[in-house]
Design a protein around this ligand. Structure first.
Ligand SMILES: *Cc1c(COP(=O)(O)O)cnc(C)c1O
Length: 434
């Protein structure tokens, strides 16, 4: 896969008014060519090194260690009151108390900001902690937010059930229906929110239109780009104000940690970071070490996730026992054209429905899978399989499930980084079981 992406990169750069960078032809691979932001390095280099100035102290670890030590400290000492004054009076930037950050976390934040082409990034103990932190910081009683309706079920629950108690009104409109979104805007609307691609329908939202709507009404925009990752799309380059990722998924990538991140402009993130210090939704130095380590191989892993996703989706698409496949890399997906325009790859998550199957027959396919394990989550090295009806929507009424588009015969498959031939063979034998 050494397809020359320069024409695509050039057109993307043109459409995004970005400054072109010099691309070394020898370095060209599908993804290594992903245009970087302020620095001139590619995404894979950023995965390893971040956007860090070679002379930056954050590159100089104790004893010359190439990796950062894990700073298992809840507090950081000052040599004297004078040194403390240097800090409180802003002459020196350093650590203070663990709830406000730690060196392992800062390293991750620098790296994630570089990958998202952002000025800054704030990391949280989970993806949900990140969205809670952002919305609590930005919204006040009486404010309104508008969501596209295909979204992570806990985002919907937090806004509809919990933010509502503080007088924040959440409106939902059909995903991709910009006329409905515009019609729902009132003078109290503070934020437009969407995923792209959405979970679990993989609908891609036209980011240019989304941003244009926000700008026309002077309303901030937020994209949950967990399924896309900075490898496949960078919403900040399209003008979105905030990007949100569950780093638990592809960014960490090994199914061994929980984390979340919000990236964007520094002036927007400063108050959000300050609130995080009050909320206490901070990360542990140990999980930040794992995340920083995971990020080093992110571009390699993501390339494989993209390849496996496409191969498995194409296999399912032609399988006689499959009714529908939701994967943005398939021309049959309703938002394939948008995906093709704004994404460089389509990820490892595939949702499909089993032909003429009730929920029990569908469960038998899930149970028959041997490589893929039954679990929630996605984006890790191990392939995972689940039936949304049972895994996440069991306690919703059939009417609610119909409203959210969760069919009884639906299966969500997260491709890991195994060999695609093995994943296909596994699904093939699982489908033969019914
Ligand atoms: C998992 C997920 C979240 C929540 O992230 P956590 O790290 O589990 O808290 C939010 N959005 C999407 C699209 C997700 O897949």
């Amino acid at each position: 896969m050494f397809r020359d992406l320069r024409p695509l990169a050039a057109s993307l750069l043109k459409s995004q008014h970005m400054k072109p960078i010099a691309i070394d032809p020898v370095e060209m691979t599908d993804h290594a060519s992903r245009a970087a932001g302020p620095s001139s390095t590619g995404l894979s280099t950023q995965c390893v090194h971040g956007n860090i100035d070679p002379d930056s102290p954050s590159r100089q670890h104790a004893e010359g260690a190439i990796t950062a030590p894990i700073y298992s400290a809840s507090t950081f000492t000052f040599e004297s009151t004078d040194k403390l004054l240097d800090f409180v009076e802003g002459r020196e930037q350093r650590e203070e108390y663990g709830r406000y950050g730690n060196p392992n976390e800062r390293l991750v934040e620098q790296k994630l900001a570089a990958l998202d082409n952002a000025e800054d990034a704030v990391v949280y103990s989970s993806g949900m902690a990140a969205i809670v932190g952002l919305l609590m910081s930005r919204l006040s009683s009486g404010d309104e937010i508008i969501f596209f309706d295909q979204c992570y079920h806990r985002s919907r629950e937090f806004c509809g059930k919990h933010l509502a108690k503080f007088g924040v009104v959440t409106r939902q409109v059909p995903t991709g229906d910009f006329a409905a979104m515009e019609a729902a805007i009132t003078p109290r609307t503070k934020m437009l929110v969407s995923e792209s691609p959405t979970n679990p329908h993989l609908t891609c939202v036209d980011l240019e239109q989304f941003v244009a709507l926000g700008k026309a009404h002077e309303i901030e925009t937020l994209i949950d780009a967990t399924l896309a990752t900075p490898m496949n799309v960078r919403p900040l380059d399209h003008g979105v104000d905030y990007v949100w990722h569950s780093a638990t998924k592809y960014l960490g990538g090994h199914n061994d940690l929980l984390a979340g991140v919000i990236s964007g402009r520094k002036e927007l993130l400063d108050p959000i970071r300050a609130l995080r210090g009050c909320l206490g939704s901070v990360t542990s130095p140990h999980s930040m070490y794992l995340l920083e380590r995971g990020l080093k191989t992110f571009s390699l892993r993501m390339q494989r996730h993209n390849e496996n996703g496409q191969a498995v989706a194409e296999f399912l698409h032609q399988h006689p026992k499959i009714d529908r496949v939701y994967y943005p890399g398939l021309p049959s997906h309703p938002t394939h054209a948008i995906a093709k325009e704004q994404m460089l790859g389509y990820g490892g998550l595939i949702t499909f429905t089993v032909k003429d199957a009730d929920w029990k027959t569908t469960s038998r396919v899930v149970d028959a899978a041997k490589i893929a394990r039954i679990a929630p989550s996605l984006g890790g090295t191990e392939s995972l399989i689940e039936q949304p009806l049972v895994m996440s929507y069991f306690h919703y009424s059939p009417e609610e499930r119909a409203c959210f588009g969760i069919a009884d015969n639906m299966i969500r498959f997260s491709c890991g980084i195994e060999d695609s031939a093995d994943l296909i063979a596994d699904l093939d034998q699982a489908l033969a079981a019914i």
